[in-house]
Design a protein around this ligand. Structure first.
Ligand code: DGJ
Length: 302
C-alpha cells in the first residue's frame, strides 16, 4: 500500500474509513472510520455524515467492505446527516461480550462537543446508538479509546476548546463514565490523540490544532496512563516532519511486535479523497521515531 494515497478495497472501491482505527477481533482485522463518500457541501470543508464504515481483512493488505457499522440514518438527533460524527473507535468488552463504539459527536459549528456511544453484538455491527454526552461535564472533541495495563478503559479527549487532553475512565461495561477524569498536557493545545504502551511506559502522539491543515506531531511519555505525561519531541524525521508528512495521527496498533501509526491525509475541499498512511514506529529508550516510508505491509517478494 502506498502511503499518503487513497487506498482501494478488494472490489477496487475507495476505502472510506477516515479518522479511523484498526484492531484485531478474533481471527480478523477490522478497520473503522468515517465514511465521507460524498462531495463536500458546496463551498465548505464538510461532508454530510454518512456513518461509520467497517472493513475487515485477514492480512491488513486486502480490505473487504462490511458496510456501515453505524449509519447516520436520522434515528437519533446525533445521527442526522447534518451533524458531525468523527474519529470513531471500537473496543471489545470481555465481560459483556459486546463491541462498544465511541465517537466525537457534534453540531456543525462544533459547539456541542460530545462523546457518542453505540453498541453491537458483532464487530461488523449493526451498532445501536445509546447516547451522547459530555464526559464529566467536559467537552469531547478529537478523541480515542485506550485500555491500559490494568485493564482500565479510557476515553482520551481534547477538551476546554482543545486546550487540554483529558483521560476520562469508562465504566466496566464501557458504556458510560465512572467520574474519574484526569487533565494531562494542560494548555498544550493538542488533538488527534493516538496511544500505545511499550516496556513500562505509555506513549501518545498528537497533532497541534490547525483544523484540517497539517502541523507538527509531538509525542509524550508517561509511566502512568493518567498522570505524569511529558511532551518530548516530534517523532517524524526529514523535510516533511513539520507537517507530519502532510498528515494527522489517528491511531496506533501493534502487529507481529511492530507498532504502527495511522495517519489521515485530509483534503479539506474534497474530503472523500483524503488519503491514508500506516508508518512503523520505533521506540528506543525514551525516544520515539516515525520515519516516512513510501509503502507499507507489501507482499514480500517470493
Ligand atoms: C481537526 C480534527 O483533527 C479533525 O478530526 C476535524 O475535527 C477537523 N479538525 C475539523 O476542522
Amino acid at each position: 500500500m502506498k502511503n499518503g494515497q487513497i487506498w482501494l478495497d478488494d472490489q477496487g472501491k475507495l476505502i472510506q474509513a477516515h479518522g479511523g482505527m484498526i484492531a484485531r477481533f478474533g481471527s480478523r482485522w477490522y478497520w473503522y472510520g468515517e465514511n465521507k463518500d460524498a462531495p463536500n457541501c458546496p463551498g465548505t470543508t464538510r461532508v454530510d455524515v454518512i456513518g461509520v464504515s467497517c472493513y475487515s481483512s485477514a492480512d491488513l493488505r486486502s480490505w473487504h467492505d462490511e458496510g456501515l457499522a453505524l449509519a447516520a440514518d436520522g434515528s437519533a438527533p446525533e445521527l442526522h446527516p447534518t451533524q458531525v460524527l468523527e474519529r470513531p473507535k471500537v473496543l471489545f468488552n470481555e465481560k459483556t461480550g459486546k463491541y462498544v463504539m465511541w465517537f466525537h459527536s457534534d453540531s456543525p459549528d462544533y459547539t456541542q462537543a460530545k462523546a457518542g456511544c453505540a453498541v453491537a453484538d458483532a464487530p461488523t455491527g449493526p451498532f445501536r446508538f445509546l447516547h451522547a454526552m459530555q464526559p464529566n461535564r467536559l467537552d469531547c472533541r478529537d478523541m480515542t479509546l485506550f485500555v491500559d495495563q490494568e485493564n482500565r478503559a479510557w476515553l482520551v479527549h481534547s477538551a476546554n476548546w482543545n486546550k487540554t487532553l483529558y483521560f476520562s475512565r469508562l465504566t466496566e461495561d464501557y458504556l458510560g463514565f465512572t467520574g474519574e477524569t484526569y487533565a494531562t498536557l494542560i494548555d498544550q493545545e493538542r488533538e488527534a490523540p493516538a496511544l500505545c504502551y511499550r516496556d513500562g511506559r505509555y506513549y501518545s502522539v498528537t497533532s497541534g490544532c490547525t483544523g484540517w491543515s497539517p502541523n507538527a506531531a509531538l509525542y509524550a511519555v508517561s509511566p502512568h496512563v493518567n498522570c505524569g505525561w511529558k511532551l518530548i519531541d516530534n517523532p517524524c524525521t526529514g523535510v516533511e516532519a513539520s507537517t507530519t508528512y502532510q498528515g494527522q495521527p489517528t491511531w496506533m496498533f501493534e502487529h507481529e511486535g511492530q507498532l504502527y501509526l495511522m495517519l489521515d491525509h485530509w483534503k479539506p475541499h474534497d474530503l472523500r479523497h483524503s488519503g491514508y498512511s500506516i508508518l512503523p514506529v520505533s521506540i528506543n529508550g525514551l525516544t520515539m521515531e516515525i520515519p516516512w516510508q513510501e509503502t507499507v505491509l507489501e507482499e514480500e517478494a517470493p
